[in-house]
Design a protein around this ligand. Structure first.
Ligand code: URA
Length: 208
């Protein structure tokens, strides 16, 4: 169940508490004193949340998600499709860099989703969640799902819509798929515009 709208102040304090609590949870997969905890970044009232897999080397140095080569490609595609990355909340399922950049198993992703991501979503309260790649997509839609079969489709839940997309690391190796991601982003943009219009209409009705 989604909570009532939370104020920015409440969100700041809930996120800080969650980060501190999770940092001291040494039983989570990839807990490692040599790697930095990389939390989500962006406005706490963002309507769109982008979720990747886990920090890579550059992210673990800077303590921010998607700042390496994949992140640069992501920023470029977002901006070419008319999105300002600074208005989106960007995060990962797993918050520590896995050793040797190994791919987290579904069980490891689910452990992180239960301990952190679920609460992070409850606090940010996004309306659209874009999952990048298999780890994030399977975390929401189940282990059996194949990203290539559902890429760009829209999945409705009670509180938000999910739009799965290819991971930018995959796009670095398969640039011919970038056009599919751009199309999926256009779909996400249409839903976003609809959400904003409904929000403004409701405000006008309330003010009338
Ligand atoms: N890949 C991810 O999934 N997340 C990052 O932050 C960077 C690369």
């Amino acid at each position: 169940m989604q909570k009532e709208n939370l104020s920015n102040e409440t969100k700041v304090s809930l996120i800080s508490e969650l980060i501190e609590k999770t940092k001291s949870n040494h039983s989570l997969p990839f807990y490692n004193t040599n790697e930095i905890f990389v939390p989500g970044v962006g406005p706490l009232d963002a309507k769109i949340m982008i979720i990747g897999e886990a920090p890579g080397r550059e992210e673990s140095i800077q303590g921010k998600p998607f700042v390496g080569r994949s992140g640069q490609l992501l920023s470029r595609i977002l901006s070419e499709q008319g999105f300002d990355r600074a208005t989106l909340f960007v995060t990962n399922v797993v918050k520590y860099r896995p050793p040797n950049n190994q791919t987290p198993t579904h069980q490891e992703c689910m452990a992180w989703a239960g301990a952190y991501l679920r609460k992070e979503i409850e606090i940010i309260q996004p309306k659209i969640i874009i999952t990048l790649g298999a780890c994030a997509t399977k975390t929401f839609l189940g282990e059996k799902i194949s990203i290539s079969k559902i890429h760009g489709n829209i999945f409705e839940t009670a509180n938000y819509k999910i739009v799965p997309m290819y991971h930018p690391a995959y796009l670095l190796r398969n640039s011919n798929m970038i056009k599919d991601v751009k199309q999926a982003l256009n779909n996400a943009k249409e839903i976003h515009t609809e959400i904003v219009h409904n929000y403004v209409d409701n405000l006008l009705i309330t003010c009338a």
